[in-house]
Design a protein around this ligand. Structure first.
Ligand SMILES: *[C@@H]1O[C@H](CO)[C@@H](O)[C@H](O)[C@H]1NC(C)=O
Ligand SMILES: *[C@@H]1O[C@H](CO)[C@@H](O)[C@H](O)[C@H]1NC(C)=O
Ligand SMILES: *[C@@H]1O[C@H](CO)[C@@H](O)[C@H](O)[C@H]1NC(C)=O
Ligand SMILES: *[C@@H]1O[C@H](CO)[C@@H](O)[C@H](O)[C@H]1NC(C)=O
Ligand SMILES: *[C@@H]1O[C@H](CO)[C@@H](O)[C@H](O)[C@H]1NC(C)=O
Ligand SMILES: *[C@@H]1O[C@H](CO)[C@@H](O)[C@H](O)[C@H]1NC(C)=O
Length: 812
């Protein structure tokens, strides 16, 4: 008995510990000062009065021990509670001490206190006691034995015993898995790994009510009773298969495999048998195989990699698989010709759960494939045809599983030169059901239980995904990274008449019926303006509370499916300098868009009206806001959006004269590489407005975002001069051509004398530094297109000379 005498407490415990024990295992209550050394682990610290439970040191590996409570007669001494589940103590020199201050403390050999009970209200004068009750609860009670100051039932580890409640404050944890009450009062199982977290029970494809749960009872309590009935306040109840059998010792535990089970002990042998399990199929637990891997269970759990991926660590399958090809690290860089760089490998009867970038319903396979190909973030897609095509785009291949009963197919995106033949796949499978891998040890027979993949089949996956967006950190991350997603984290009332494809943006963006919009606009009574793409009317929604602008599109020949697809992209674009789109209507020939209403008309009305003078400060702010809005469209959106018609008429002004760009996204959404000419920018006719159109429109060359830069340069110049650039004439009345204008601007930039150029209505009240910078930018925007700056560059330069506090120079 090697002991240290460092502190008084240790001294006292020494004195007490050397007193011989009256009898082996008789104690069920001890007073302060009691202790037990790990060397005496054969002897329990405490035994409950009826001897059902014992507590003391348990072997937890090589020369490692835990301080635990267990069923005395269990053959394997499975702990039902452990003080130090993740920090076992040394097999020599460690000890447990019930201190005078009422704390139970576990000290390691080197004197470190590894664990200590958070005893409260104890200490002081009276005598403290520690007892192991017949329920298995280890209790520290104060001076009067009825005051419980600490109990192990409040600090469960991975197990509940009968009568021990699971509450809002407690959870069962095993590795990355936990059983807990979620924010909506539902009892759930969560995988919370280093990279990703994901809920896997109850069936995440269903909402709580479809799973037979309720979210209304906030008491958040779950108890296993003495008969083997577990009841949870969310309406979940389950009977152990030996329900009602008297005198059976039971426990409910979460395992390292993520499953939750009820076990019953065979009294004669002390062996545990499973009398209930939360999940029938091991592979429905999330996170077992890590990223880019597929889980199989036949006859034991196995993980294999998706085609094109290889194991990160053969010893630890949870670390998943990594791509064998070079991946795109920066999705904001324009990629060229994705169809020449990627292809898809088919994996029938396979799915990856969660991490959907987007979901489309009623679409063709070709459509689904094309979208995934073009989306840099898309790692693969799931396509399922059951009367209609469901398309799920995956950002991460996670929680993969295969089952012959699963109707969907996964298509994994791999480089075009990737050889998908089995010989090169390593652990991945051939693309036929029941196929096998080339490594004989990885051979699998694909067979699944029909009960394994219950699917609601109506797209509730999205509902789930967003309902838990707060939990799923990665999902959030993706949305932040792409910047274009505007989604409320909770789905509110979604009219059931809406197709599930719109659920994803419900609340912010919705589909209207023609009738609704006709009513909202009073049969299209008040016209706000008209342009190339259609006529805009004023409308009111939500019983007059929200004013909107409704645009009736003309010349839209797109089919409904294509139109929807575009709207789902446009609908999630959200930036302070872009007019927010609230929804749309697509009913046969009626194609309408619903926008937020912007109070102060468009820029042209303020800039070109001889009776108005737009102050310099507003002009500069509008220039900056417009640049930022365009930069967002060009650089930050998931899809690369080219406006194609930048002009003062499309820059709307708020009450505070902030710019909001209208009409974006109406040109066909461009591909990332910026439209390769042929079919990628399917413009039925040239877009844009004379006077603002880049010269390359006239040439037979692919259009890219630089057309917007050109147009922006013209608008910027117009804000400086206060007139249309296209109306500029020479002294002789001849129209000034662009090369002449550029020469003029070059002179201004070279001499730095901007004054003669600036709008005379300002009467010299402007910031010459900003004006000169605007002229300089404008000039660079008129260059040959590869020399034009990007909108991002422009926004940066303007931001750098945005100085709200600077007083404008006064000149006469
Ligand atoms: C005691 O040992 C543990 C692990 O055995 C270690 O983590 C801790 O730092 C040590 N403490 C001291 C004071 O040496
Ligand atoms: C909530 O659940 C608890 C525990 O199951 C139950 O006792 C209580 O009656 C429930 N409350 C309501 C309002 O249903
Ligand atoms: C559990 O068993 C009891 C008694 O047989 C029965 O009334 C109850 O419906 C069962 N509950 C469940 C969830 O199976
Ligand atoms: C306990 O185990 C014994 C031996 O395996 C077996 O004969 C007996 O049926 C078991 N009892 C119960 C209740 O399962
Ligand atoms: C991605 O590329 C863009 C454009 O070149 C650049 O601005 C951005 O900083 C890059 N992001 C990362 C994370 O490298
Ligand atoms: C298959 O497994 C056996 C035993 O587990 C092992 O000896 C053998 O090397 C493995 N073969 C391959 C190709 O991994």
């Amino acid at each position: 008995m090697a002991r240290r005498c460092g502190t008084c407490v240790a001294l006292i415990s020494l004195l007490i510990a050397v007193v011989p024990w009256p009898s082996v295992s008789a104690q069920h209550t001890l007073g302060a000062g009691s202790s037990l050394s790990v060397e005496d682990h054969a002897r329990p610290f405490l035994v409950s009065p009826d001897a059902t439970f014992s507590c003391g040191f348990l072997d937890a590996g090589e020369n490692a021990f835990s301080f635990s409570v267990w069923y005395t007669h269990a053959a394997d001494k499975t702990p039902i509670w452990t003080a130090n589940p993740s920090a076992p103590v040394n097999g020599r020199g460690s000890k447990i001490t019930f201190r005078r201050d009422g704390r139970l403390a576990l000290d390691d050999a080197n004197g470190t206190t590894v664990w200590e009970s958070t005893t409260s209200g104890g200490g002081g004068g009276g005598a403290m006691a520690i007892s192991l009750l017949d329920t298995g609860n280890l209790v520290i009670s104060g001076p009067s034995t009825t005051t419980v100051v600490w109990q192990s039932f409040d600090w469960p580890t991975d197990t509940l015993v009968p009568s021990q409640p699971l509450t809002k404050d407690t959870k069962l944890v095993a590795g990355y898995f936990s059983l807990y009450y979620d924010n909506d009062n539902v009892l759930r199982l969560l995988y919370d790994g280093p990279e990703i977290s994901s809920i896997y029970w109850p069936d995440p494809d269903n909402n709580p009510f479809q799973n037979g749960r309720t979210t209304y009872n906030s008491s958040r309590i779950g108890v296993l009773d003495g008969n083997g009935f577990f009841l949870s306040s969310d309406n979940f109840g389950v009977n152990a298969s030996d329900l009602g059998l008297p005198g059976v010792n039971r426990r409910l535990s979460i395992g390292q495999d993520g499953n939750v089970r009820i076990y019953s002990m065979n009294v004669s042998t002390g062996e545990w048998t499973v009398t209930w399990a939360a999940l029938a199929q091991p592979c429905s637990v999330h996170g077992l195989c890590g990223k880019n891997a597929i889980c199989e269970y036949q006859p034991r759990l196995r993980c294999s990699c998706a085609p094109g991926y290889e194991m990160v660590d053969r010893q630890d399958r949870r670390r998943g698989c990594k791509p064998m090809f070079r991946t795109v690290t920066n999705c904001s860089l324009p990629a060229s010709k994705p169809e020449q760089r990627y292809k898809f490998v088919k994996m029938p009867h396979t799915d990856f759960y969660g991490y959907d970038l987007w979901f489309y319903q009623s679409v063709t396979f070709e459509f689904c494939k094309k979208i995934c190909l073009e989306m840099c973030l898309c790692a693969g897609f799931s396509y399922k045809f059951q009367g209609q095509g469901d398309c799920y785009l995956k950002s991460v291949l996670f929680n993969g599983y295969t089952s012959s009963s699963f109707p969907g197919t996964i298509y994994v995106k791999v480089p075009i030169d990737f050889d998908a033949s089995p010989a090169h796949l390593g652990t991945a499978r051939r693309s036929t059901a029941g196929g096998l891998a080339c490594n004989p040890n990885d051979t699998v027979t694909i067979q699944g239980s029909p009960a394994m993949f219950r699917r609601s089949g109506n797209g509730t996956k999205w509902t789930y995904l967003f309902a838990f967006a707060g939990v799923l950190g990665l999902v959030d991350l993706i949305f932040i990274v792409t910047g274009c997603w505007f989604l409320s984290s909770h789905q509110q009332s979604i009219p059931s008449s809406l197709e599930p494809g719109y659920r994803m943006v419900a609340g912010q963006f919705r589909r209207f019926t023609y009738r609704e919009l006709k009513d909202a606009t009073g049969n299209f009574k008040e016209e706000l303006g008209r342009g190339g793409s259609g006529v805009v009317y004023r409308g009111v929604l939500d019983k007059g509370k929200v004013v909107v602008a409704v645009k009736k599109l003309t010349n839209v020949s797109r089919g409904d499916e294509e139109f929807w697809a575009e709207m789902t992209v446009i609908g999630r674009i959200n930036h302070i300098n872009l007019v927010r789109i609230r929804g749309f209507c697509s009913q046969g020939k009626h194609k309408l868009l619903v926008y937020e209403y912007v109070e102060n008309e468009s820029l042209d009305k303020h800039l070109f009206d001889p009776d108005r003078t737009l102050p310099w400060r507003d002009r500069f702010r509008i220039a900056l806001g417009t640049a930022r809005g365009l930069a967002y469209l060009h650089h930050e959106c998931l899809e690369w959006v080219i406006h194609c018609d930048v002009k003062p008429e499309n820059i709307l002004l708020t009450r505070e004269f902030d710019a909001k760009i209208a009409d974006f996204g109406l040109a066909k959404l461009s591909k990332r590489e910026g439209a390769t000419g042929d079919s990628s920018l399917e413009l039925s006719h040239m877009r844009g407005t004379t006077g603002y159109m880049a010269p390359e429109w006239a040439l037979n060359v692919p259009i890219n975002a630089k057309v917007d830069v050109y147009s922006y340069g013209i608008v910027l110049l117009e804000m400086v001069i206060g007139r249309r650039v296209s109306d500029q004439t020479t002294a002789g009345g001849e129209r000034l051509e662009m090369p002449q204008i550029a020469r003029l601007l070059r002179q201004v930039v070279d001499t730095g004398n901007v004054v003669p150029l600036v709008d005379g209505r300002l009467q010299g009240q402007f910031n010459p530094r900003q004006a000169l910078e605007m002229v300089r930018i404008s000039l660079s925007c008129m260059e040959e297109r590869c020399n034009r700056p990007t909108m991002d560059d422009i926004a940066k330069v303007l931001t750098a000379c945005d100085d709200e506090d600077e007083h404008p120079a006064y000149r006469s």
